[in-house]
Design a protein around this ligand. Structure first.
Ligand code: PEP
Ligand code: MG
Length: 327
């Protein structure tokens, strides 16, 4: 079966020897929801909420956000929808937010740092809209925090969720407590993965940022584009460390960076032990096909050898020979 022509698999898939892997879609705008479902995604693994806040003069109110989140939940009545709280700063400016001029915005005030600081009011409104949508939408809501580098950030966010739930309770407004998870996209989060996995419902590895921070190579900087490669052994070891940290806890581990959508990396990612892969909708059929063709023992062996490699070139050679043997 050629990749371009991979048929749509509307149901969840498992490896040739029966390991279930959830395949979800990344969505950045509501218009993409229909395509995600048409391509056979099991749910949404990353619903980026920046679209609600960009290209306008003032922030969206609670009702406008609630409507958008319910729409996403209704698109996957049988699935899970992971909504990421606002991730601005860095490469994603917002005109009405008075973002600071920073020399290194990728190392500055972005994601959860703003939500727990200058954008605390916006964070509260977003959480209210989300908890209400959890009760009103069809699918299962999960909420994910971006750019976490400290355990205290997770705990402060969880306290915010609890405070918002208490307010809604008091106001007699229906709400649901979502699963709360963290993105693993900084080296600090990788090293704190044991503590985060003890506390969070899930970890989702954001390889776009993780690669940039592990390799000290900015996303989109042409001059260092060859360094921005998630097949680098250091990135693979960071992924493995994250998965191992969650073993023996109740937390599931997913990946929602671009890497998850490359069918040539599916066997490797299955071998690294990820429970969920989330990607652009167009790549869902090809990745599902690869999962069905994968044997976990061979995949684990590939992952072990890739993590032991000294160079990206060695990893690339291992991946090429694995593809040849399976064809
Ligand atoms: C990532 O960093 O891998 C990620 C999925 O988030 P974004 O690309 O939106 O920063
Ligand atoms: Mg990111």
């Amino acid at each position: 079966e050629s990749e371009d022509a991979a048929e749509v698999r509307p149901d969840p898939v498992s490896t040739a020897d029966g390991t279930d892997i959830e395949v979800a879609a990344n969505v950045g705008r509501p218009v993409e929801l229909e395509g995600a479902s048409a391509q056979g995604a099991d749910g949404i693994g990353l619903f980026r909420t920046e679209f609600l806040f960009l290209d306008r003069e003032s922030p969206p109110d609670e009702d406008e956000q609630h409507e958008a989140y319910v729409e996403a939940l209704d698109a996957f009545p049988e699935g899970r929808v992971v909504v990421r709280t606002l991730d601005v700063g860095g490469d994603k400016p917002v005109p009405y937010l008075d973002l600071p001029e920073e020399e290194n915005p990728f190392l500055g005030e972005r994601g959860i740092r703003r939500s727990l600081g200058p954008d605390a009011d916006l964070f509260e409104t977003q959480l209210r809209a989300l908890l209400r949508a959890g009760a009103d939408g069809a699918g299962d809501l999960a909420v994910m925090l971006p750019m976490v580098t400290r355990v205290e950030e997770f705990e402060a966010a969880r306290e915010q969720v609890e405070a918002v739930a208490a307010d809604l309770e008091e106001e007699g407004i229906e709400y649901e407590h979502p699963e709360l998870g963290v993105m693993i996209e900084t080296p600090a989060a990788v090293w704190l993965a044991p503590e985060l996995a003890e506390r969070a419902a899930f970890l989702s590895i954001g390889t776009n940022d993780l690669t940039q921070y592990v390799e000290a190579a900015a996303r989109g900087n042409e001059a260092v584009a060859d360094l921005h490669d998630p097949r680098h052994p250091a990135v693979l070891r960071a992924i493995r460390q994250t998965v191992e940290a969650a073993e023996g806890t109740d937390a599931w581990v997913g990946m929602c960076g671009e890497m998850a959508g490359d069918p040539d990396l599916t066997e490797l990612l299955v071998g690294l032990g990820l429970d969920e892969l989330s990607m652009s909708a167009v790549t869902v059929p090809a990745v599902k096909a690869r999962i069905e063709a994968t044997r976990t023992d061979a995949a684990r062996d590939l992952a072990e050898r890739a993590c032991a490699a000294s160079t990206t070139d060695e990893v690339v050679a291992l991946l090429e020979s694995a593809t040849e043997t399976s064809e």
